[in-house]
Design a protein around this ligand. Sequence first.
Ligand SMILES: Nc1ncnc2c1ncn2[C@@H]1O[C@H](COP(=O)(O)OP(=O)(O)O)[C@@H](O)[C@H]1O
Ligand code: SF4
Ligand SMILES: [Mg+2]
Length: 383
Amino acid sequence: MEESVKIEAEGISEEAEEKVRENEENPVLSVRNLHTSFFTDSGEVKAVNGVSFNLKKGKILGIVGESGSGKSVTAYSIMQILADTGRVVEGEILYNGKNVLKFNKKEMHAFRGDKCSIIFQDPMTSLNPTFTIGSQINEAIMLHTDRKTRKAATARSIELLEMVGVNEPEKRISQYPHELSGGMRQRVMIAMALACEPDILIADEPTTALDVTIQAQILELMKSLQEKMGMAIILVTHDLGVIAYMCDEIIVMYGGRVCERGTADDIFYRPCHEYTKGLLRSIPNIENMKERLVPIAGSPINLLNLPKGCAFCARCDNAMKICLEEVPPEMEMPDGHFASCWLNVKKAAEQEQAEKQAGAAAVKAGADTTAAKADEKTGEAEV
Ligand SMILES: Nc1ncnc2c1ncn2[C@@H]1O[C@H](COP(=O)(O)OP(=O)(O)O)[C@@H](O)[C@H]1O
Ligand code: SF4
Ligand SMILES: [Mg+2]
């Protein structure tokens, strides 16, 4: 893992320390230094390069970044559903402390079906057009729960469809996917993903294909289900706006690396990475409603030939020489969140220097006063 540097600044509050402690406690999933590559005819595509994060029990973690930043590959690495050319080349994925990458076939099958579910952007790619909704949910239920009869499974399917807000579930179970709207199909996918009552639900751009109103309804549904069922969710999206109110924690990815990770408040109110700041400038909010939104200029990096230093360097207005040469270390900010940007290292060094100078000046001032007092005393004695 890249070195974690702590800013030795005074005033790290107890609240921040508590938050850091809490962040490290009891993750249901811990991804450590994940590297995933695709071995193609053109060479090794380094899609994920040292990603680390913790997913806490019953919490929602957002993974955000523009298209191609490695979000889905991170998710697929956890589920072990990479394309044939893809492989995790380094790192650990710990589910309740056990390394998923070391699971045998049976353990992996159990993990994928019972403990961790995934829903994709386009439900049509996951739903089989030739089977009814009911038979597809039933199959998931019979495979992954102890409801082994069709009757018991159907009763549960109806319950699940009701839970995800599908109207007339008794009628829907005998319909085919194409007979439902996009929003309804996504609800069916969520019902299927919940069939096994997973500990972790991964939602990969679950609302990108839907219009804005339906998008909000599906997000609302996921949040309420999470509260009801207590599972942990990884919500993958390219849209920072989508996760603003959903997520307990957010990681921002660029070029297959984590730029910044922290709470939604950290990311939205105290961003410490130039890429995050750029993303924030590109989403509409109350303050910039009247201004023109600023998309981040430049094109994404070539993952076949990763730059030596910071992946964002070519597009960063504040890049320095060191950014070209070395990957920025992940550094803990005074509020307890983490960012990987050389500007923070520079700021911390300048602060340390300023403190040293202030300390030296104080010592000198103290020495001068003592000398002056000594002079006074000597003068008095001479009189
Ligand atoms: N099957 C594949 N073969 C080769 N490269 C791939 C494959 N899948 C993904 N990649 C590479 O990984 C990068 C990250 O992909 P992905 O995780 O899907 O991005 P996103 O952040 O949009 O979800 C892509 O830009 C692509 O270069
Ligand atoms: S490390 Fe350098 S190039 Fe990268 S975001 Fe920070 S300032 Fe910009
Ligand atoms: Mg994706």
